[in-house]
Design a protein around this ligand. Structure first.
Ligand SMILES: Cc1cc2nc3c(=O)[nH]c(=O)nc-3n(C[C@H](O)[C@H](O)[C@H](O)COP(=O)(O)OP(=O)(O)OC[C@H]3O[C@@H](n4cnc5c(N)ncnc54)[C@H](O)[C@@H]3O)c2cc1C
Length: 614
């Protein structure tokens, strides 16, 4: 593909576009594409990061991990020290390139649940339940069925052939070179009494499943937002302009009566400040870490935070940047039986070269696929009276006068999800390589295969965490990293659930057929001895938990009095024409990895905007 010139700003100064979209990431490019389907609508996308659409480190799915910490791809944020995690800082990687985080992520496509989305609606967001949003899952993707070989390998694999999206831009497919642990994962859950019951795209049911990936099955390239929504046809549209290296500093706002109207944005490019005008709307799609930052820099946020940085408040909304949710993951490492493979083999240059040759020859092998299997599970090792006690603790925190009103409603919604026998409380994942979780804030060591020997990782994350964090500006300077407080495992009930889920990882490892693939008496990266003590499990969770990079909820869609920042049309309260379309609007984080939900939200947002234009 001829590279799209996104560097030039010729003719841009004070030029007016109907829509100014801030951030050319996962959600931003969906909205840009859909709005410019109408040739009479003009759109500019301002992306702070690079244009690396043709870069192999993005295009080759298995190379994504090499982009971490590289400023050409990753913002490379860290959280502030997390007191509840022994003072550790969490890595907060985030895409800084066209395609945003979808261009550097692990490519897993995981769908939200019916009840999880219905909870969004119950929180006061009319039109955002499962029946409203799930059609957009089918709109953003095109699913390619598993091959006969995969069906044979994963016996009993459920795939709902008729309902995978017919012609969406994001290609979703399965791999072609799974390892014995992948098949054993499905069988092991069956042994434990939890076979797969349905395709997760249908939004219900617990049990294991083969995780589809955002990979084009023909070219074996990553199907991220840039590839899917900014392909040759979109690039050729005269009504769509995309500029990279354009760091948006703030929205220009004017008070018109009781509400405030955006007239454009100011952005920094090549060390100079420029202005672009919005004829109709400014759409913030800078992601859950930076969308609140831009609002605060524009004078929309908690007036105390703004004044502390010398910013004059225009709209006082203390909920901006609050309600941060993330999935914290706890990864355990198990040595595999002698003679069996593992992704750790790639530390041998000859093996890495062979994988690259296979990929270059016909797209086959580990580099061209997303190598994970998952399971959604309830907390199976939690006796009924203990469950009652934990839910009672949650009830106490719902009733506590110190719990803010907004959180009370959310906790109530989570409580219902935790009590629903059809809903998972965890997502388990098997990754066929080692993760050195104690090196957590350093991706080169975390994923660097630095420990001798061959391992797999078994991972747990809480589907519906109660812990809440925040993100706020640390200076009035647009380029400064925001203060990110993940808050992971801060709520005591989260720690109770996560400890129990992590203990069950050992159970998976010692159950057949998985057990036979792991070395008897082999090394365990998390703890040398099997984990039988709940208190020890809690300490281990605090020591090992990492961010799964699912930061969301920081400009939540909810009624304003309940802690909302945007209404159910995604308009920022107090403005006539500023919308947010990205992971910040999630009122509750969905049950697993979030990119599918971001794509679906952005598709729905585009329809809402088109409708509102009429
Ligand atoms: C390392 C990693 C692995 C992940 N793995 C998975 C996975 O396997 N499966 C899954 O479902 N999810 C995964 N996720 C999560 C998922 O990719 C993200 O949650 C989702 O893509 C976020 O979409 P978004 O549109 O909200 O933000 P983004 O896609 O991050 O887009 C925001 C864009 O705005 C730009 N921007 C920011 N500030 C400014 C500014 N001031 N001016 C202009 N532009 C700006 C950014 O550079 C970026 O391009 C992962 C995320 C990461 C980081």
């Amino acid at each position: 593909m001829v590279p799209l010139d996104t560097e030039s700003i010729e003719g841009l100064e004070n030029k007016q576009f109907d829509f100014v979209i801030v951030g050319g990431g996962t959600a931003g490019l969906v909205v840009a594409n859909r709005l410019t389907e109408d040739p009479n609508v003009s759109v500019i996308v301002l992306e702070a990061g690079t244009n690396r659409l043709n870069d192999p480190r993005i295009m080759v799915p298995g190379l994504g991990v090499t982009t971490f910490e590289d400023a050409d791809f990753d913002w490379n944020f860290r959280s502030i020290a997390q007191e509840q995690l022994n003072g550790r800082k969490l890595l907060a990687s985030k895409g800084r390139t066209l395609g945003g985080s979808s261009a550097i992520n692990f490519g897993m496509v995981i769908y939200p649940s019916r009840s999880g989305l219905n909870a969004w609606e119950a929180l006061g967001n009319h039109g955002w339940g499962w029946d409203d949003l799930s059609p957009y899952i089918r709109k953003f993707q095109k699913g390619t069925p598993p091959s006969d070989a995969n069906r044979e390998f994963f016996k009993g694999m459920k795939y709902d052939q008729k309902d995978q999206g017919a012609d969406g831009p994001v290609q979703v497919s399965f791999g072609d070179q799974y390892m014995p642990y992948h098949a054993a994962w499905m069988e092991t859950f069956k042994t434990l009494g939890y076979p797969q019951v349905d395709d997760p795209i249908n939004g219900a049911g617990t049990g294991p499943f083969v995780t589809p990936g955002a990979v084009d099955p023909t070219t074996h390239t990553r199907s991220h937002a840039g590839a899917a929504y900014l392909g040759p046809e979109a690039q050729a549209r005269p009504n769509l302009r995309v500029v990279t290296g354009a760091l948006v500093q703030n929205i220009a706002l004017e008070r018109r009566g009781v509400r405030v109207t955006a007239t454009g944005v100011q952005f920094l490019k090549d060390q100079k400040t420029h202005t672009t005008l919005a004829n109709k709307e400014v759409i913030l799609a800078a992601g859950a870490t930076q969308t609140p930052q831009i609002l605060e820099l524009s004078g929309i946020g908690d007036e105390k935070v703004l004044r502390a940085h010398g910013i004059a408040p225009i709209i006082n909304n203390p909920s901006v940047g609050e309600n941060l949710q993330d999935h914290g993951i706890v990864a355990f490492g198990y040595e595999v039986e002698d003679g069996l493979p593992s992704g750790d083999m790639a530390r041998d240059p000859a093996v890495a070269a062979a994988a690259m040759t296979a990929y270059q020859t016909d797209g086959s092998g580990p580099l061209g696929m997303v190598p994970f299997v998952s399971a959604f599970m309830p907390c199976v090792n939690l006796p009924e009276e203990e469950r009652e006690k934990l839910l009672q603790n949650l009830q106490t925190s719902i009733e506590s006068p110190s719990t803010p009103r907004a959180q009370k409603k959310q906790f109530k919604a989570v409580q219902e999800l935790l009590m629903d026998p059809e809903e998972p409380t965890t997502q388990y994942i098997m990754a066929p390589f080692q993760m050195l979780a104690r090196e957590g804030d350093n991706p080169k060591r975390l994923f660097g295969m630095g420990h001798p020997g061959f391992f797999i990782s078994l991972v747990s994350l809480l589907s519906y965490p109660l812990s809440r964090g925040s993100v706020h500006i640390q200076s009035a300077k647009a380029g400064a990293a925001p203060i990110i407080d993940h808050g992971t495992l801060r709520h005591p009930v989260d720690l109770e659930f996560h400890a129990r889920h992590s203990m069950w990882l050992d159970k998976i490892a010692e159950t057949e057929p998985m057990a036979s693939l792991l070395k008897k008496g082999g090394e365990r990266l998390h703890t040398p001895e099997p984990l039988t003590d709940l208190e020890k499990a809690k300490q281990l969770c605090k020591e090992l938990v990492l961010s799964m990079y699912h930061v969301s909820g920081t400009c939540a869609m909810m009624p304003e009095e309940d802690g909302g920042v945007v209404d159910s049309h995604l308009k920022v309260y107090g403005t006539t024409n500023v919308r947010v379309v990205d992971a910040s609007i999630f009122p509750l984080v969905p049950r697993g990895n979030i990119q599918a939900t971001v794509f679906a939200v952005a598709e729905k947002a585009a329809d809402i905007i088109k409708h509102d234009l009429k």
